[in-house]
Design a binder for this molecule. Structure first.
Ligand SMILES: [Zn+2]
Length: 240
């Protein structure tokens, strides 16, 4: 049983990941105390960057050589980029009774949720064949103080963010902020000022199936502070 599970684990995890991607989500940055007071930040918007699913067998519920019913313990790590209205850094115009400038703050939050998933699969030639997976979850995912594991502010001035989205063959999706992996930059003077080429190199492996990948190339910023174009190449390891 363990063997069947190990063979199909990356696939089962990516199926669960896909269910999570399709769920409606609420990200709540506020804390409600006993006295009804709200603290924390109210987010205006958010974007899920990464979902990583890990699972192990909770129980084998039925097995007869042709079919396997099992329950999995699942843990999913969800990384979210959140934005909020930053009142402290905004400029209020008392005469106009309006903001001259509204600042936007950015925070990365990492959440972890744990749940059970029911799996029903057919066994064909000693392998897991057709299967259905049902994560036991509420209709809407709520990410709040109870699921929060880590939280840090992000400075998004100028070109400090460039998300590259990758899809591994196993079904797992990966988002990388390439600017975090800038090796070097070259500046060329052009008509509207400086053009900056951010040269990036990044190597990692898929956390779901272990396949290695390499990203290299450059992101061009021109005029200053604006994304112009990218010349990015992703190579996946042919093995596994
Ligand atoms: Zn993978």
């Amino acid at each position: 049983m363990i063997k069947y599970f190990k063979d199909a684990q990356a696939e089962l995890n990516s199926c669960i990941e896909n269910v999570l991607w399709s769920k409606p989500v609420t990200v709540d940055g506020q804390i409600r105390t006993k006295h009804g007071v709200c603290e924390g930040v109210e987010y205006d918007d958010f974007e899920i960057l990464n979902i990583i699913v890990r699972s192990d067998i909770h129980s084998i519920d039925y097995h007869d050589g042709k079919a396997l019913f099992m329950s999995l313990n699942v843990k999913a790590e969800i990384e979210v980029a959140c934005s909020y209205f930053d009142e402290k850094n905004s400029a209020w115009d008392a005469e106009e009774q309006d903001y001259l400038y509204k600042a936007c703050g950015h925070i990365i939050e990492k959440h972890e949720i744990a749940f059970l998933a029911k799996v029903v699969c057919e066994i064909e030639n000693e392998r897991i064949g057709r299967k259905t997976i049902k994560p036991l979850l509420q209709r809407r995912l709520v990410l709040d103080r109870a699921t929060l594991k880590d939280r840090f502010p992000l400075d998004l001035s100028a070109m400090s963010k460039f998300y590259e989205h990758l899809a591994c063959k196993c079904g797992h999706y990966i988002t990388v902020n390439l600017i975090d992996y800038e090796e070097d930059k070259t500046v060329t003077e052009r008509g509207m000022g400086a053009e900056t080429a951010h040269h990036v190199a990044y190597e990692d492996f898929c956390p779901n199936c272990g396949r290695k990948f390499k990203i290299s190339g450059a992101i061009y910023e021109y005029p200053s502070g604006c994304f112009n174009y990218k010349d990015i190449n992703t190579e996946w390891d042919a093995k596994n």
